[in-house]
Design a protein around this ligand. Structure first.
Ligand SMILES: Cc1ncc(COP(=O)(O)O)c(C=O)c1O
Length: 439
């Protein structure tokens, strides 16, 4: 009899196949990447770096890690790379550990306006508790308010400025960040986790000419394994020739132990896949799909933060349709076969836990081979769901919320309209495998 875990994995694969994944940070990997992840490389311990390991038997692992590093360096045009971070959060912590002393000041985008926890979110995170974190925000146009960034930078003299985000639909102006960092002598770190694939495909400006250090997760638009890479640019090395070594030391012994060698090998494979013309087409299609989805939603009367997108993601702003609707809409969407995540909007009238937005992205549906025509269908289905549950506003009375949501979910699970859409979604999904080879 199959172990229950395998049965559950089968169920999860089926779920992914039958539903439309619209979470902008998710993707599906190629068979090559997937097979490497379950290889014998997972059996090996290799603390340290190539030719400087604490364990014997790393002759082959050294070659694999060096290959991954060389490929990543060539892909981004940087002189130094570390491919060992376990994931994006430890990678950001390592950069902060390498560049800052406890109590030093860093600046990042506010979480509720699209920043990431590791960019200095106060009190509850490593970056917000061990450093003096100053957070910048967005202007009325939902774009980064550079006047505010400059003012805060001059006032607080940060040692590190982080340019990056997790829920921001516009391209980042790295040159402007550089200008401000130079005015106050700060390091500039670009966290391009979300847009790496777009950067490689030429659909988003590259931070490499401007930033000192670049971080990216490898499992989002890069379409690789769950992991991360840290790149040091020519500019960063010119400012401190030891910067690469400081980053390496921050990873191990600073924060991590043995690297995940299967992940390292999968990064090497993904880097080769990302260097192909097919990947460039993929990045272009992500953008076309995002535009098509955004246009359809707006035609259907669903407002978007910033009225659209310049990247792979968009955020539905449901605040004008009802109070605190994000959670109800994302739940109902999932019942209808389309999963996304609730998200704050920049002028959030409700709260981060019960926000008014839903974040949507096109990397995964594009990997499956869906194009503009499918995006229009998806946009119309989403609009139908929104209209269908728009009445389900969050109670103003905080004590009534838990019960209200429980009841909402019970009803949504049996809602005939939502289940009918789910059937249509499933029928469309049958035509699109999880990873469609580009023809
Ligand atoms: C911009 C950004 N940085 C860092 C991370 C953290 O990555 P991980 O979830 O792999 O720790 C994320 C993940 O959502 C992200 O969006």
């Amino acid at each position: 009899m199959k172990d229950q875990v395998f049965q559950l994995i089968d169920q999860e694969c089926q779920r992914q196949l039958d539903k439309i994944g619209l979470i902008p940070s998710e993707n599906a990997v190629s068979e090559a990447v997937s097979s490497v992840l379950s290889s014998c490389l997972s059996n090996k311990y290799s603390e340290g770096y190539a030719n400087r390991r604490y364990y014997e038997g790393n002759q082959i692992i050294d070659k694999i890690e060096l290959l991954a590093i060389e490929r990543v360096k060539a892909l981004f045009g940087v002189p130094y790379a570390n491919v060992q971070p376990y994931s994006g959060s430890p990678a950001n912590s390592a950069i902060e550990f390498a560049l800052l002393q406890p109590g030093d000041t860093l600046m990042g985008l506010k979480l509720t306006m699209g920043g990431h926890l590791t960019h200095g979110h106060p009190d509850v995170t490593f970056s917000g508790r061990y450093f003096n974190s100053v957070q910048y925000g967005l202007g009325a146009d939902a774009r980064i308010d550079f006047d505010q960034v400059r003012k805060l930078a001059h006032e607080h003299k940060p040692k590190l400025i982080i340019a990056g985000n997790t829920a921001y639909p516009f391209v980042l102006d790295f040159a402007k960040f550089r200008e401000i960092a130079d005015e106050v002598g700060a390091w500039l770190m670009a966290d391009i986790s979300h847009v790496t694939g777009l950067v490689i495909g030429g659909e988003h400006p590259s931070p490499v000419p401007y930033a000192d250090v670049v971080m990216s997760t490898t499992h989002k638009t890069f379409r690789g394994p769950r992991g991360a890479m840290i790149l040091v640019t020519e500019r960063g090395l010119a400012r401190d020739p030891e910067l690469g070594k400081k980053i390496d030391a921050a990873i191990i012994p600073g924060l991590q132990g043995g690297p995940h060698n299967a992940t390292t090998a999968a990064i090497a494979i993904a880097a080769t896949e990302a260097a192909t013309p097919a990947f460039k087409k993929y990045a272009q299609q992500i953008r076309k799909n995002a535009n098509a989805l955004a246009d359809t939603l707006m035609e259907e009367g669903i407002p978007l933060v910033g009225n659209g997108t310049e990247t792979h993601l968009m955020i539905m702003d449901l605040s004008s349709l009802g109070f605190g609707l994000g959670g109800q809409v994302s739940y109902a969407m999932d019942v209808a076969g389309m999963y996304a995540n609730r998200n704050t909007v920049p002028t959030e009238p409700s709260s981060p836990f019960y926000p008014s937005g839903v974040r949507l992205g096109t990397p995964l549906v594009t990997t499956r081979g869906m194009k503009e025509k499918e995006m229009q269908k998806i946009g119309r289905w989403i609009a139908e769901v929104v209209r269908h549950v728009q009445h389900a506003e969050l109670p103003q009375d905080k004590k009534a919320r838990t019960k209200f949501l429980q009841q909402f979910r019970v009803e949504a699970d049996q809602d005939l309209k939502l289940l009918e859409i789910a059937q249509e979604v499933k029928a469309m999904c049958r035509k699109f495998p999880l990873f469609a080879e580009e023809k």
